[in-house]
Design a protein around this ligand. Sequence first.
Ligand SMILES: [Fe+2]
Length: 285
Amino acid sequence: MLMIGDWGANDDLQAQTAVALGMKKYVQDNTIKPEAMLLLGDNFYGPFKGGVDSPRWEKQFEQMYPVEAFPCPCYAMLGNHDYDEEPKIKLAAELAYAKAKPETRWKMPSKWYSFANQLITFIVLDSNYKNRVDQLTAEERVAQMTWLKVQLSKPRTTPWLVVMAHHPLYTNGIHGDNAALIADWDELFKQYKVDFYFAGHDHDLQHMEFEGHPTSFIVSGGGGARTRSLEILGVKHGPFAQAIYGFSHLQVTKDQFIVRHMDANRKQLHALSKTRDGKVTILSA
Ligand SMILES: [Fe+2]
């Protein structure tokens, strides 16, 4: 599987195109047939005239990540920019696009949802907690929490359990740790031994581990929006953070879950392997 966040740049598509081309060459060079793409939010920055018929769908999704290289479902989630500018149009379009264009690979059946393959159960959440108009309402937050607890308490049917949403709980990036998300979700991740939490929002690539915490925290937000320097807000979470354009490659078996952070030139920046007993090993290139 491939993973990118913060990819749907507005106007200047140079970086998005470079990462998309790098990812395409990477799958071709390594004869990878991706099983899925995970799109970690901020799918479209800026205006979105035309809704499901906006030309940006073709330009920045269908053609940008061509089906020849990525013949797989693309599971998307909502970032803060998916709510901005024209929230009614953009949000509605992202939720309706798959129904309007049945041939598409785009998947966003609702604001929060889950899906699974033989190896991984994915829980996708909406982390837009600011309670601004048009973001997640207080009622939706409660409904999502109730739903999340139901999902987590189901007997596990796959070796791996992954939760993902746009905003990181912990980060070395400029947005800082997210107290509201930590308060709502972190104990649940511990209780139900969530293996990974994937997020974007900070425009960089990160891997964070915490002593005694079963969850590995991954940020992959280098899909195209302008990178920002890693301002450490008095904390530093290890072992890896780099403000750079890039994507992530997930290679999974029942015994081992490998995450590779790659730059747009297909250089491996950081990689880790996690085994079923929770042991994390940093892999060299
Ligand atoms: Fe964001």
